[in-house]
Design a protein around this ligand. Structure first.
Ligand SMILES: Nc1ncnc2c1ncn2[C@@H]1O[C@H](COP(=O)(O)OP(=O)(O)OP(=O)(O)O)[C@@H](O)[C@H]1O
Ligand SMILES: [Mg+2]
Length: 303
């Protein structure tokens, strides 16, 4: 396990930011999805040991978040949501300094700073003052400083905020590459479903300081689908093949009970037409919604 949290509570004075968060995250890329104020940044800061939970325990890569912060920071790269730059410093000096702060020897940190800046596409601009960077360059520099010490796990806090569509696409491509090609585990905090869908294979939905849902992205993608529950009589195979060819997904939940997820704009009459063609009797037909759809709608406020 990369991350294991049990019953984490945290308050800023009277503001309860996390209210009993328990979570296990394994390999791959995971999205931490939630609206503004949900507690995403607070949770990342707890896992890095910047904030101490008032209750609960947690481990990151096997190290205790309360007592082994140094080991955690050596192995975890962190891209904060706010600007983390030092005014008057050029990009390579800044990145090397961040490497040193993560426990690297000075010379090695400088060597890696050059490499990692080329990697994120800032090679040509690495001696420029960070103050002169565009928003897109700043985000890439934030990613570079998170990668400088070769972390096993990356925490990215809203890496696409403040970016235009091109800048957003560029940083997402880089993150996707880091997550797959470079074999680093990623936890991507975001309030944009599309970003999470692009990068992650699993998602954790957080709202009001509590975990609202955990699941595979494939299940989350079903939120655009309409769900029908049918009781049928007859042979399912031909019926299934026809509907699957039309983009539906069928699940047989128990004997003669079938769930059909249909894509957006799919006319449900086609289900009856296909049933008739395949001599399947529809005994019951209930239009329902996926539970994840309901959850997500409640959490992010879309419908
Ligand atoms: N330094 C602080 N002092 C007081 N309250 C805070 C502080 N930081 C966060 N909060 C509050 O704690 C709650 C959780 O905030 P947090 O920043 O973790 O949410 P978030 O999911 O990262 O939101 P966003 O998407 O806006 O970054 C919010 O109600 C927020 O107002
Ligand atoms: Mg935040």
């Amino acid at each position: 396990m990369s991350i294991e949290l049990q019953n984490i509570h945290f308050s800023y004075g009277r503001v309860k930011a996390l209210n009993g968060v328990s979570l296990s995250i394994g390999e791959g890329a995971t999205g931490l999805l939630g609206p503004n104020g949900a507690g995403k940044s607070t949770l990342l800061k707890i896992m890095l040991g910047f904030l101490t939970p008032s209750e609960g325990q947690g481990k990151v890569l096997g190290y205790d978040v309360r007592t082994e912060q140094k080991s955690i920071r050596r192995l975890v790269g962190y891209m904060p949501e706010d600007e983390c730059f030092i005014p008057g410093m050029d990009a390579v000096t800044f990145t090397a300094l961040m490497g040193e702060l993560s426990g690297m020897p000075r010379q090695e940190a400088m060597k890696r700073a050059h490499e990692v800046l080329f990697y994120v596409g800032l090679g040509e601009s690495r001696y420029r003052l960070v103050d002169t960077y565009s928003a897109g360059m700043k985000q890439r520099l934030k990613l570079a400083q998170a990668l400088v010490h070769d972390p096993k796990l990356l925490f990215l806090d809203e890496p696409t905020s403040n970016l235009d569509p091109t800048g957003r696409q560029e940083i997402l491509e880089l993150i996707g590459e880091v997550a797959s090609v470079r074999d680093i585990r990623v936890l991507l905090s975001s309030n944009i479903l599309a970003d999470v869908e692009l990068i992650c294979d699993r998602v954790v939905i957080i709202n009001h300081g509590e975990i609202a849902a955990v699941g595979r992205i494939e299940d989350l993608q079903m939120i655009n689908y309409q769900l029908y529950e049918l009781k049928i009589k007859g042979e399912l195979d031909g019926f299934r093949q026809e509907l699957e060819a039309a983009g539906c997904r069928l699940e047989e939940t128990e004997d003669r009970l079938v769930k059909i997820y249909t894509p957006p704009d799919f006319d449900h009459k086609k289900i009856f037409m296909s049933a008739a063609r395949n001599r399947v009797q529809v005994r019951q037909f209930i239009r329902s919604r996926t539970s994840l759809e309901d959850l997500f709608a409640r959490v992010v406020g879309v419908d």
